[in-house]
Design a protein around this ligand. Structure first.
Ligand code: ZN
Length: 411
């Protein structure tokens, strides 16, 4: 039943797209969302299949097409060359949504907000699995088909409850991967790559990279090999690709899970968090660089390990940001260029460049600390100076305010 509704929605989407193209070609008219909603009413009067579908949620499908067009025109105006909104095959179509709880769908949550069932008009009662974090009034739902499985993503109106701790914590990333130093007896063997830590705190403790990383890397490689052995265009190859895709999805889920857990733990511990601002451009640029500007430390940065955790810092920080706002905890993202966490000494004002291979901070003042710990401390000191009560305007005045320098204090 879900599948039949899915097919009808996909047809509706494509028909609406065709109608827009046709109206433009024949009459030079741009159809609007409102025009198409009127057409929808007529369609529902003629076609019993569509009459059986929930009217409001059909509008959601039309709205989605409208948004695709809006995005297209916005990017055209911005001088970019976006792809025209395209027809969606059943494989590309993702699903549909409902706008109002009680209109076309109804959620019956189980005990303790766990599992339960969902009623969808024209389909019936469906058991659902999953858990809501906070109690609240259901608002909208998205029914999605992903890799042969059905998902319902419900948004609720709720007051998130989250408590923060009392510690003040600076943290730094230890994402990069580095090899062990070559040993005398190593012979021709390449040193085994090692995963660095995921996070290092200012007191020297930290969070290790998740153990699933190594395992998934092996599995991905194995599945990739299976794919490359199959003949192009063959049925077996398609199966192997699907298998590889599922593995990628599994890893992505575990990664998200790990990041959620770690960010929640951090908020539960701290009232003030400090880290360095992420340089997004640096993180997305390929390690190899270009011919004119070859990248540094290509070998250290390459590898599947990195691809698995690619984007993890920005995902993690955005989770911390949301959770900090929920809990009323302060997150300070220190401007990297200004305070240079990896070059500055946490004990004195000296600065000294380090290469990526230098894992220890050694300063003339006698301060010796692991590199990541030192930079976590530098960030923490910066945050304390910004938000601490004992600091006069001298310190704050020295730091011109900008969007990133103001601590994000949740109301
Ligand atoms: Zn020093």
């Amino acid at each position: 039943m879900l599948w039949q509704v899915f097919v009808l929605r996909q047809r509706l989407y494509n028909a609406a797209l065709e109608q827009r193209i046709w109206a433009w070609k024949q009459n030079g008219v741009s159809l609007t969302f409102a025009d198409q909603c009127k057409e929808l009413t007529e369609l529902r009067a003629d076609d019993p299949e569509y009459a059986a579908l929930n009217a409001q949620s059909c509008q959601v499908t039309l709205k989605r097409l409208d948004l695709a067009f809006q995005a297209f025109f916005r990017r055209v105006r911005a001088g970019q060359t976006p792809g025209f909104p395209r027809f969606k095959s059943l494989r590309r179509f993702t699903g549909w949504g409902y706008k109002t709880h009680g209109d076309g769908w109804k959620l019956n949550q189980g005990l303790k907000l766990k599992h339960g069932s969902m009623r969808i008009s024209g389909v019936g009662e469906i058991k659902i699995r999953g858990e809501a974090r906070d109690a609240g009034e259901p608002k909208t739902v998205e029914i999605q088909l992903k890799r042969g499985r059905w998902f319902a993503s419900v948004t609720q109106d709720c007051e998130p409850q989250r408590a923060h701790g009392t510690e003040r914590i600076g943290f730094d990333w230890g994402i990069e991967r580095f090899g062990n130093p070559p040993t005398a007896c190593g012979g021709g063997r390449r040193p085994r790559p090692r995963c660095a830590r995921f996070l290092t705190f200012d007191d020297g403790t930290g969070v290790e990279n998740p153990r699933f990383l190594r395992k998934s890397e092996r599995q991905l490689k194995a599945r990739q090999r299976v794919v490359s052995r199959k003949k192009r265009g063959s049925k077996n190859r398609r199966k192997a690709v699907a298998c590889l895709g599922r593995e990628h999805e599994r890893i992505a889920n575990r990664r998200t899970d790990f990041l959620h857990q770690q960010s929640a733990k951090l908020i539960a511990r701290a009232e003030l968090l400090a880290t360095e601002q992420l340089a997004v451009a640096n993180m997305t640029r390929s390690a190899r660089g270009t011919v004119e500007a070859p990248g540094k430390n290509v070998r250290q940065k390459a590898g599947l390990n990195r691809s698995i955790l690619d984007g993890a810092p920005s995902a993690f920080v955005s989770m911390v940001r949301t959770k900090a706002a929920e809990a009323g905890c302060v997150l300070v993202e220190a401007p990297t260029r200004k305070i240079k966490p990896s070059q500055s000494c946490p004990a004195c004002p000296r600065q000294q460049k380090k290469t990526l291979a230098e894992r220890v901070h050694r300063c003339a003042c006698g301060c010796v600390l692991p590199r990541d710990q030192a930079s976590a401390q530098v960030c923490l000191h910066y945050a304390l100076a910004l938000s601490g009560p004992g600091t006069g305007p001298g310190v704050e005045g020295a730091l011109p305010p900008s969007k990133h320098e103001t601590p994000s204090i949740a109301a």
